[in-house]
Design a protein around this ligand. Structure first.
Ligand code: ADP
Ligand code: ASP
Ligand code: MG
Length: 411
């Protein structure tokens, strides 16, 4: 009997009516003869509410208690879906992360999955039960404390469970019917992709397309899990297949650019007149790394004299103040002239495996942005993507411009 993992995100389980709708999708697969593990997220908005309460409790909260609180959203939906399935005459039970158990590291708030014992789930399948699993959560074996996998982490729970139980497929049901050339909520001409290569999906997810959590794509790639993104709003009796995430060899027609992603909440810091000598970059970036601040784009330019330089880099807005405080505290040691900062920036990126074999792809974007009067603050490129940092006010214009430029607009 083939096994299947079906994952439903927050919008798909937002209320009892939607949970009943989810149960209809599950019923279809059970009736088709599958052994089904369902992974659910918390109801839409719930995790944000829980995080808000934690922050109200204390700015310096204990991350173990953060996890105890925010993991609760998924406990509710897993129990509710099991109840609704039972009400429809389908044998089902809920599983919390610790009951499986889904073992993780102790990095509370963004724990990594270290192992999943499939034995208990196997026993449930033998009893003919649908396993309804609380996504996003696990347990740290040594301390016995609850952990969570980072925002959007139910995707990762689903793929990891699919690998652990040897599922033939992992279906990620969400509020759009697949992966699009860009976020369909901001570009109406976005097109649904039949297939996306793992590497491209990985870049799209890391560069802001929140349709899949980055880690879930990594796991799907490593464990070769056939993963589809599809819609829970399709008619449960007649659903569309969605988008397959797969090896690039499976994709016949390869575009130069496959997708455009954007990531908000970027901030920029510039250190003016930093001494141009060995050790300066280390003096700046080591303390930031020690404080777990993720530095992204880095630019170094020579100032008008040869002994000093300007260094500009980006950090997430959430870390902006902390980064400034750390650098100001080391002003004498780093020996910079002035610190300038800007918030409300956005990083817009174009991704495509076809860039490997084509030159001048990014240069076309610079010209298009110039024509639209969009100022580029920083640029990074790598083998299959490039990213441009711009003012957030231009986000939609920039995404639409790149989308048209690379021929991605739907007819
Ligand atoms: P869920 O709650 O089901 O996990 P998410 O909100 O995490 O859903 O992810 C789905 C959302 O991702 C969509 O509603 C869409 O706005 C957004 N998104 C961003 N980029 C893309 C893309 N390239 N293709 C599809 N959806 C995208
Ligand atoms: N509920 C969690 C979140 O909102 C996990 C998820 O939805 O994947 O981040
Ligand atoms: Mg999600």
């Amino acid at each position: 009997m083939a096994r299947l993992v079906m994952k439903f995100g927050g919008t798909s389980v937002a209320n009892m009516e939607r949970i009943r709708n989810v149960a209809q999708h599950v019923r279809r697969e059970v009736e088709a003869g599958h052994q089904v593990a369902v992974v659910v997220s918390a109801m839409a908005g719930k995790t944000n509410e829980l995080v808000g309460w934690v922050n109200e409790g204390s700015k310096l909260y204990d991350p173990r208690e953060y996890d105890a609180v925010v993991a609760s959203g998924e406990q509710v939906t897993s129990g509710l879906l099991a109840i609704v399935l039972q009400d429809m005459g389908i044998s089902a039970r809920s599983w919390q992360g610790w009951q499986i158990p889904l073992l993780t590291s102790d990095a509370h708030g963004s724990a990594r999955i270290e192992g999943i014992d499939g034995k208990n789930l196997d026993d449930g399948f033998k009893r003919g039960e649908v396993a309804v699993i609380a996504g996003f959560q696990g347990i740290h074996a040594d301390t016995g404390r609850l952990t969570t996998l980072g925002r959007g982490g139910s995707d990762t729970s689903a793929v990891a469970i699919a690998a652990a139980i040897g599922a033939e497929r992992c279906d990620i049901y969400t509020d759009v019917d697949g992966v699009y050339t860009t976020d369909p909520r901001i570009v109406s001409k976005a097109r649904r992709l039949e297939k996306v290569a793992f590497e491209e999906m990985l870049e799209m997810a890391s560069l802001g397309a929140k349709v899949l959590q980055v880690r879930s794509v990594e796991l799907a790639m490593v464990h070769k899990v056939r993963t589809y993104v599809r819609s829970s709003f399709d008619d449960p009796a007649n659903p569309t297949p969605g988008t397959l995430i797969c090896d690039e060899e499976e994709i016949m027609e390869q575009q130069i650019v496959t997708g455009i992603a954007y990531s908000k909440d970027e901030a920029q810091i510039t250190l003016r007149r930093v001494a141009d000598k060995p050790g300066v970059a280390a003096a700046i970036f080591v303390p930031l790394a020690d404080a777990n601040i993720n530095v992204d784009m880095i630019i170094q330019v020579t100032s008008d004299n040869t002994t000093s330089t300007d260094i500009t880099f980006t950090v997430p807005t959430a870390d902006f103040e902390r980064a400034k405080t750390i650098l100001e505290g080391r002003k004498a040691e780093i020996n910079f002239g002035a610190l300038e900062g800007a918030r409300d920036l956005v990083k817009v990126s174009a991704i495509g495996i076809g860039m490997r074999s084509h030159a001048g792809v990014a240069a076309r974007a610079f010209k298009a942005f110039a024509d639209k009067g969009i100022n580029i603050r920083a640029i990074t490129t790598s083998e299959i993507k490039f990213s441009l940092l711009i003012d957030a006010a231009y986000t939609e214009l920039a995404v639409r411009t790149l989308h048209s430029l690379y021929g991605l607009d739907a007819a």
